[in-house]
Design a binder for this molecule. Sequence first.
Ligand SMILES: Cc1ncc(C[n+]2csc(CCOP(=O)(O)OP(=O)(O)O)c2C)c(N)n1
Length: 626
Amino acid sequence: MGLLDSIKEPRDLRQLRREQLPQLAREIRDRILDVVSTRGGHLGSSLGATELTIALHYVFNTPDDKIVWDTGHQTYGHKLLTGRKDRFDTIRQMNGLSGFLKRDESIYDTFGAGHASTAISAALGMAVARDQKKLDNKVVAIVSDGCITGGMSFEGLQNAGHVGSDLLVVLNDNEMFISNRVGALGAFLTKLMTGGLAKKLEHEVEKFLKRIQFYGAGLLRVAKRMRVLLFPGMLFEELGFSYFGPVDGHDVDKLVEVLENIKTLKGPVLLHIITKKGKGYDFAEKDPYTWHGPGKFDVQTGTMVKAAPAAPAYQKVFGQTLVKLAKEDPRIVAISAAMPEGTGTDLFRKEIPSRFYDVGLAEEHAVTFAAGMACEGLRPVAAIYSTFLQRGFDQMEHDVGLQKLPVVFCLDRAGLVGEDGPTHHGVFDFAYTRIIPNFVVMAPADENELQHMLKTALAHNMPSVIRYPRGPGEGVPLDHEFKTLPIGKGVVLKSGQEVYLLAIGSMVHPCLKAAALIENAGIPCGVVNMRFVKPIDVTLLKELRKQTENFVTVEEHVLAGGFGSAVMEALEGTDSRIHRIGIPDKFIDHGPQNVLRDLVGLSPEKIAQSTLEFLKHKRPTLQAVS
Ligand SMILES: Cc1ncc(C[n+]2csc(CCOP(=O)(O)OP(=O)(O)O)c2C)c(N)n1
C-alpha cells in the first residue's frame, strides 16, 4: 500500500514522518498523471504545486486553519489529500469532481474559485472574521505569479497591509502564466531570484528564522527592520507584509521547516516560493504551455491523443481575420488578458507583434487601456473570454459606452463551455452588454459570419461586442472577402406561417435543424438569424408579426435579460405570443458541451419539442361577458 492510499484526510498526512513526504509527492504526481492522461485537465500547475500542497496540509491544521487557493486549477493534489482520492478519476466528468474549487464539494475548499485573483481578498475576509470571533486559526492564501497580476490581488494586498490581521500569502512563482509571463511585476520577481540575491536571501532567511525561534517577538521587530534595510524598496514590505524568500518550492522538507517557522508570525506575511510548472513530468517541464491543460495523452511517450479534425475553431478564424484586417489598417491593435493562445490572438502576436498587447490577468485594465487607445484614434480589439470580461463591466459602461469610444470586444467562450463548468460558462454577456447605451451587440451564426462581423465592428465608429462560442465552428465555407453587415438587421433564413424561431449566434444552426423537425410534425416553421441583440431588428419583427403571432426565441444565454428579453421589449404592445428558450436561472454544472446544451433544452430535438408544446397551448379565446 502506498502512502497516498493511507491518507483519507489531511490529519492522516500529519501522521507521516517528514522524510516520507518526498515519496508522497511522487505518488501524488503519478496519480495526477494517471487520471489527467485519460481524461484531460489541468496538469502543469498541479504538478508544480505538489510539494507546496503537501507542506501546507502537513503544517497547518486544516480544515480549522483555512487554505484559500487562487483560481483552483492547481488543486488536484489538494483534492487527493482532502477526501476526494476515490473519486479523483471523475474530475471534470459529468456529475464528477469539479476541476476547480467548490465549497459544496469539500469542507477543505474554503472558497470557490475559477476566476483568478480572488484568494487574497477572500483570505483577508476570513482572517478578519476570525479576529472578530476571537478565534486563533491560521489563514493562508496561495497565489501564483500570474494571478497576482490581477488588480484584485493588489487591492487585497494593500488592504491586508493596512488591516494588519495575521495572514500568510504564499506566492507560488513558476515564471509562467498559461502562456509566457508578461508584465513588470514578473521582471521584479525575476530580479528577486537572480543576481545572487536568491542564495543570499535564502541564507539570511534561515539565519533569521533560527534566531527568532529563540528570541521571540522583540527580535522579530528589529530583524524586520533589518530586512527592509537589506532590501530597501521591496514591494511587499512597502505594502506592509513581512517578505520571506525566495525558497525552493520543490524541497518539501525546507518548505515544511519555513512554514513551521513563519506560521506563528504576527501580521501579514508573504512567502515567495519558486516552483517549476509541470515539475516531475519531463514533457510538461519542457513545454509548460502545451501541458497547462492537455487533452488525453500517453504518459510514457508524451503523445497527445488527437481528436478527429473538426471544423476550424472560432478562435482560429477570429485570429486569422483580425490579422488580415490589421494588415490593411494600421490603426488596429489587439489586446489579450493573459490568454493569447486561448483567444487566437497569438497569431496576431506572431504576425504583428508591435501592435499586440498582453496585459496579464487584468481584464478591467484591458478595457480602459483600450478606451485610452481609442481616444487617440487607434482601433483596439480586445479578445477576452465572456466570463472574464464580467470583471470589466463598469469600465465598459463608464470608460467606453458613455464616451462612445470605438472599442471592439470579442467575447470568446460565450455560452456553455463544457468541462470547465459554472465558473467559466459565458452565459451572461447579452445581459451585461446590451444594457449599455451606445453599444452594438452581435453574435455570428457560424465562423464565416464571424469574419464579416469583425469587419462590421471595425467599420462602425462606436463600441461593439461580438460573442461566439468555444470550440469548432459549423464547418461552413469561409469567404475570402469580408463584408460590412447592415447594423441591427436580421436575416430570414426560412419563412413559415405558423411560428418563427428567432435564433441568435450559436443557436442559428440548431434552430434550422429544429425547424425541419417541427415541419415534419406538419407545422410551417420559419427561422430568422437575428444577428444583432442590439439594436434589435424591430422592423423585421413587426413585419413577421403580420404573418404569425407565435415567436420562439432561442439563445445560449440565461433567459433573464438576454436576447429573448430584448425581443419581448421590441414586440411590446404588439399582442404577440412569445416563448423563450434559453438557460434557466441557475448555475449549470460541468460536463460535455453538447450534453449540457441538451440538458438545458438547446439541442435541435429539445427546441422542436418545446416549440411544439408551446404551439399546443393556444391563446384562450375571450368569453363574451354576459
Ligand atoms: C479573471 C480571470 N482571467 C483569466 C483566467 C484564465 N487563467 C486561469 S489560470 C491563468 C494564469 C495562470 O497563471 P499563474 O497564476 O501563474 O498560475 P500557474 O498556472 O502558472 O500556476 C489564467 C490566465 C481566469 N481564470 N480568471
